[in-house]
Ligand binder design. Structure first.
Ligand SMILES: Cc1ncc(COP(=O)(O)O)c(C=O)c1O
Length: 462
């Protein structure tokens, strides 16, 4: 169904009519503080209680309306409560909800569609497995599969990577904020630097560096004395998401494919965040023309409105597990599968990939203008609607500014814009809006961002 994207949102965003948080929000936040555990995080930086959301807009319990550049951490790609997706989900809910992996037409149709839309050589030559419903579950399954396939056990992962919070996924996550010495993660991982050219681990500059980071991976796989043996797989985000929307040079991901092939090590591309349209391609690996051996999917897979579903897709020849080798009670949430099918149709019928690509370029250009006028912006980057603004205390020394990033988010929320914070140093303002964001809402959101940044900057330098 073709939808006019303008009709998907509250038509009065942004609208701030109380202090933020307003009195009703404060009351609900108080309840949260009393009863929920201290690990709760987002409502510390975004201290509002949300009542209703439409498209790329949210309304809190006090009647304030916000523009959503956060998109539920890249889950809500179709826009909050997208009516087209909701209708498909409701129809399925009324019919059949839970069957584990018993065959159903909606399940098999979703798998067929995914395989027909798969990147590169996976297209029409792949298998799909649904495990537990989260992105971390997909990562667990992907790693398990490469171990089955290679009968090896060490994983190579990247500094700054985020792969989730469960055992293996957490072990593969770079950010030591999430790790404690007394919590053995039980998964041997060799971390290597990502192509984070703004902060090159080797102190070099691209392209003069000759991609030293890629050569280093080749080196540790090549040199029998590198201490890294029995490598089961390399796992990489095609754009580092939580790491700060870092887009590596094209040759880095292409070269990684070649290095993995050279050493017969399967390449897992984690598309949990970057996949399903976020970058203007259905899967971000298509930006580089690279086919993964195994690919993870989640976030928008259940319809892009928040229904959880995850899965992995992999080359047919890797389908080596025996029946029951990877199971889980919630490996077949049919409403989410119906949502996923409707989502893929929605993307196609409304040319959403093209919209995302164009809008992303436009926003990047506008962010470049903001960068030119700001002393706190080190770099702006991203692809499609996966954008980042890295904040530094000083553009020459590039000293990270995590506290200023927090302040900036607060100033944005106060004015009616919700953003995410990420980055190796937690100093990157991240934009992951629903893919149905309009140019008008993007413009309004960027104006708020610019004003909020100016306020933080003035306070810092004055
Ligand atoms: C690239 C990537 N992989 C895995 C995950 C983990 O997904 P989940 O939080 O659903 O477990 C995330 C979450 O942000 C992610 O960005």
């Amino acid at each position: 169904m073709k939808i006019d994207l303008k009709t998907l949102h509250f038509d009065n965003a942004p609208k701030i009519i109380t202090d933020v948080p307003g009195p009703k929000s404060r009351q609900i936040l108080g309840l949260q503080r009393s009863y929920e555990g201290s690990a709760v995080t987002y409502s510390r930086g975004i201290p509002v209680a949300i009542e209703e959301a439409k498209g790329a807009t949210l309304r809190d319990v006090d009647g304030n309306v916000y523009i959503d550049f956060f998109g539920g951490a890249a889950v809500v790609s179709a826009g909050h409560s997208n009516p087209y997706i909701l209708e498909a989900i409701r129809k399925q809910e009324a019919r059949l909800i839970h069957t584990l992996d018993l065959a159903t037409s909606v399940r098999e149709e979703l798998v067929r569609r995914l395989v027909s839309l798969a990147p590169g050589d996976l297209k029409d030559n792949a298998k799909v497995i649904f495990g537990g419903p989260t992105g971390s579950d997909a990562v667990e399954a992907a790693v398990k599969l490469v171990k089955y396939y290679t009968k090896r056990h060490i994983m190579i992962s990247f500094e700054g990577a985020y792969h989730g919070m469960t055992g293996t996924a957490l072990a593969l996550t770079g950010d030591t904020f999430f790790k404690e010495a007394y919590m053995p993660l039980g998964q041997p991982v060799q971390f290597v630097p990502y192509a984070y050219c703004y902060r090159c681990a080797f102190g070099l500059n691209y392209p003069g560096c000759g991609l030293a980071c890629l050569k280093y991976i080749d080196h540790i796989l090549e040199d029998p004395a590198s201490g890294v043996c029995d490598v089961a797989g390399v796992i990489v985000e095609p754009i580092q998401g939580e790491g700060g929307s870092i887009v590596p040079p094209e040759e880095f991901i292409k070269g990684l494919r070649e290095v993995a092939d050279k050493h017969s090590v399967p390449l897992i591309i984690d598309e949990v965040q970057s996949g399903l349209g976020r970058t203007g391609k259905l899967f971000a690996c298509e930006l580089y023309g690279v086919t993964p051996d195994v690919m993870t999917m989640s976030k928008a897979l259940g319809g892009g409105i928040g229904f959880p579903l995850s899965g992995i897709m992999y080359k047919k020849e890797m389908d080596v597990w025996r029946p029951g080798a990877h199971i889980g009670t919630f490996r077949g949430f049919l409403p989410a599968m119906a949502g996923g099918l409707a989502y893929l149709e929605f993307l196609e019928e409304n040319n959403i990939l093209e919209h995302v690509s164009n809008l992303g370029k436009y926003m990047l250009k506008r962010l470049g203008e903001i960068e030119d006028q700001s002393r706190l912006v080190g770099e702006v980057r991203g692809r499609g609607l996966m954008l980042g603004v890295e904040l530094v205390k000083d553009r020459r020394s590039r000293e990270p500014a995590p506290d200023l990033a927090k302040e900036l988010r607060k100033e944005c929320v106060k004015r009616g814009l919700i953003i995410e914070i990420g980055g190796h140093f937690h100093n990157v303002a991240r934009f992951l809006p629903p893919l149905v964001l309009t140019v008008d809402l993007a413009e309004k959101g960027l104006s708020i961002f610019k004003e909020a940044l100016r306020t933080v900057e003035k306070r810092y330098f004055d």
